[in-house]
Design a protein around this ligand. Structure first.
Ligand code: PLP
Length: 424
């Protein structure tokens, strides 16, 4: 899905493109939430996830501010599948009491996530479920909680209707357009040519509404998730998708559905390589306002990546520095099992030597992990400062789809994590 990067290139200007408050360089050394990253690694051991929770607050407030600034009645939810650590959830919960403008709701996609969100303080009215291939066993749990449910296929409308006629329901729409990282105009979620597994197509809307009516279901939410890490260069593709989705929402309204909320999904990206232009949230919110504003509905967004990706850093120790057949290999005490997202999507890793965070990248290396698989390579042809056994390196951007996906392949344990609410 992501654009495959063979190697990240750096110039003197771009070597610290990732730096920001909460992930900064002091006298050449990397700091996470104001703490010396190498010292954290020595204190807690490696591999280690280190979280700067303030980053989540900054991202949430930026989204809320942009949507408010565009004049939208709005709601921000966190996609729980991206990050579910109790310490993170406690922090997110504290961003605002239920129903207040600062609060962040929950987007969930499985029965387990409904229970998890409930157990961590979210009430049913704050939980929005958008899942796929929902079984009767799933419905046993979902229907026991008065949460809002969005479904994505006509047969799923019928399944819910058979079990719980008369309820309110949302429809996930597929506008056959989307926006991915690198300006790509389609995604796994809403492809143009080949049908994806998600969402009702335009030509099936009437059938969907009829299926709902047969069971007395009221369609009050329209949902579309059309993004995958899109940034500024994907904004025009996003607008095409929103425009098409808006036509579909109007059609639902014309068919008599009292749509109260349009849920615009997630997919907003954060920069991943030097040169990536961050999403201008005012421009993003203006797109939503242009198309959805006239509908006078609540406009929701439910990002995972945008809210939490930048909050997490993976720290690892260099255990090998060895030249092999003319190539320098840098081996870590961490493998793909602790940061699977990058391996699933071929997203590039930035790797920072903590004691020399802004050091000149004078050599080209292969960075490998400690899992016994040949593809356990964090980076190839990668420019890096001089590095020694025992050094600590940091990989930013593992706050989403990192710890949640971590696995114990080769019986390598899931790493410890430290969470910082304040910045020193
Ligand atoms: C329905 C829905 N909402 C939200 C998200 C969160 O996406 P992201 O982390 O890209 O913002 C996803 C991810 O697949 C999704 O399917």
């Amino acid at each position: 899905m992501y654009r495959q990067e063979t190697a990240i290139q750096h110039t003197a200007d771009t070597r610290t493109w990732w730096a920001r408050p909460g992930l900064d360089i002091r006298e050449g050394r990397l700091h996470v939430a104001g703490r010396d990253a190498e010292s954290l690694a020595r204190e807690y051991g490696t591999p280690l996830y280190a979280y700067d929770l303030r980053r989540i607050e900054e991202q949430a407030r930026a989204l809320q501010g942009a949507m408010a600034g565009a004049g939208l009645r709005h709601l921000v939810r966190l996609a729980l599948k991206a990050q579910r650590e109790p310490e993170v959830l406690r922090f997110v919960r504290a961003l605002g009491s239920p129903g207040t403008p600062g609060s962040v709701g929950m987007d969930v996609c499985s029965p387990g996530e409904v229970l998890h969100a409930s157990a961590h303080g979210w009430g049913p009215g704050e939980i929005s479920y958008t899942g796929t291939n929902v079984s009767d066993r799933d419905l046993d749990v979902l229907l026991a909680h008065p949460i809002h449910i969005n479904v994505d296929l006509i047969t799923q409308i019928e399944r819910v209707g058979r079990r719980d006629p008369g309820r309110r329901l949302g429809l996930r729409l597929n506008p056959r357009a989307g926006a991915g990282w690198g300006g790509i105009g389609e995604t796994f979620y809403s492809g143009a040519e080949k049908p994806t597994k998600f969402g009702i197509f335009q030509e099936d809307l009437r059938r969907a509404v009829e299926a709902a009516r047969e069971h007395g279901l009221t369609i009050d939410v329209a949902h579309f998730h059309v993004g995958d890490g899109y940034l500024m260069d994907g904004l025009s593709a996003f607008e095409v998708a929103v425009e098409r989705a808006t036509v579909m929402v109007r059609r639902l309204m014309d068919l008599g559905c009292p749509i109260e909320e349009v849920n615009t999904g997630g997919g907003l990206g954060v920069p991943q390589v030097p040169g990536d232009q961050p999403l201008n949230l005012d421009a993003w919110a203006a797109v939503l306002a242009r198309h959805l504003g006239p509908l006078d509905v609540l406009v929701a967004t439910e990002p995972g990546d945008f809210l939490v990706k930048e909050s997490g850093v993976l720290l690892a120790e260099v255990v090998t520095v060895e030249e092999r057949a003319g190539r320098m290999f840098v081996g870590l005490d961490a493998g793909f099992n602790v940061a699977p997202e990058h391996f699933i999507y071929d997203a590039p890793f930035e790797i920072v030597v903590c004691r020399s965070a802004d050091g000149p990248r004078t050599q080209t290396v292969t960075v490998s992990g400690n899992i016994n698989e040949g593809n356990d390579l964090f980076a190839e042809d990668y420019p890096m400062p001089e590095v020694r056994e025992g050094d600590i390196v940091a990989m930013p951007g593992v706050g989403s789809y990192g710890q949640v996906l971590a696995m114990t392949h080769c019986l390598r344990p899931i790493p410890e994590a430290v969470f910082f609410e304040d910045r020193e």
